[in-house]
Write a protein that binds this ligand. Structure first.
Ligand SMILES: O=C(O)C(=O)Cc1ccccc1
Length: 288
């Protein structure tokens, strides 16, 4: 019998990240960590084989903590990506179901609160919000403080796991609320597909630094992809943290690395004076 692989995820139990782990790795062992950086440290320390962390949401944009930690602190390879539909629920301790309209604080992950902004503005505009490390952490906190009239925004699994009552269902403002999760693995490990699911396609993610003070450099970078007809599905800049105006560009290409075109584009970028790091070339999946 083969030993089960350990998968780090943003915990505690019943976060959206855990549901991504269950979808991708139904037969492996999930190990909950409190923060995204802790998940990434766990791969470097060899405590787990891979980590699953949120990277981007359709409503709120990138999870900067993940991107920045990947860029600046702990290099890791993206080996797969999963897009998951996200439904947010408002929940309270069962002792407080009669007074949920008057909760004085709502706990959740910052992205979950942002995804329900219109709902909260309409119904709870005098209420305080408290950001937690995850929606699961928020639900757990609410379950442990029955005397406080507080609520959490989290998913249905969290309501079950922590014994909370859902008082308003599906409070996210936009139906098209999806989050991309990435599976990360330590740089030198061999790449293994997450499971026998069928991928929707393949992507390559590059981190590019432009030569300093060169007019039109970004235009030249984009044209290296454009004339090869390489479709880009994302371009994002993140500060290099070395001074105002210095950025990394993170670019997702709709193509796998071993095609001739992507190595050609990378060689062209390097000839322009850019530095290019491949963050991963990987299959992407969709959960229902
Ligand atoms: O907090 C969670 O449950 C997470 O997994 C992070 C997150 C938060 C909000 C939307 C999607 C993922």
């Amino acid at each position: 019998m083969t030993e089960k692989r350990k998968i780090a995820f943003l915990g505690p139990r019943a976060t959206f990240t855990e549901s991504a782990v269950t979808f991708l790795f139904p037969d492996e062992v999930g190990v909950a960590y409190q923060t995204i950086p802790e998940c990434m440290d766990a791969i470097q320390a060899g405590e787990v084989e891979v980590a699953v962390v949120p990277l981007e949401n359709t409503i709120e944009g990138s999870v900067n903590l993940t991107l920045d930690y990947l860029i600046h602190e702990k290099p890791a390879r993206i080996i797969a990506e999963l897009t998951v539909p996200i439904r947010q629920q408002l929940m309270v301790h069962p002792d407080n179901t009669m007074r949920w309209n008057d909760v004085n604080c709502i706990y959740s992950h910052s992205h979950a609160i942002a995804q329900c902004h219109k709902f909260l503005h309409g119904q709870f505009n005098q209420t305080n919000y408290e950001y937690m490390t995850s929606t699961g952490a928020a639900a757990k906190y609410v379950s442990e403080h029955p005397k406080e009239n507080i609520a959490a925004i989290a998913n249905e699994l969290a309501a079950k796991e922590y014994g909370l009552t859902i008082v308003r269902k599906d409070i996210h403002d936009y139906e098209n609320n999806h989050t991309r999760f990435v599976v990360l693995q330590k740089e030198k490990h061999s790449i293994s597909p997450p499971s026998n699911l069928s991928p929707v396609g393949q992507k390559t993610t590059l981190m590019i630094t432009l030569p300093s003070d060169q007019a039109g450099a970004l235009h030249q970078v984009l044209s290296a992809f454009a004339w090869r007809k390489l479709n880009l599905s994302k371009i994002e800049s993140r500060p290099m943290k070395t001074g105002l105006g210095n950025y990394f560009f993170i670019i997702d290409i709709d193509a796998i690395l071993d095609e001739i075109l992507v190595p050609g584009a990378i060689a062209e970028l390097e000839a322009l004076g850019c530095s290019v790091t491949i963050l991963g070339s990987y299959p992407f999946f969709h959960a229902n």
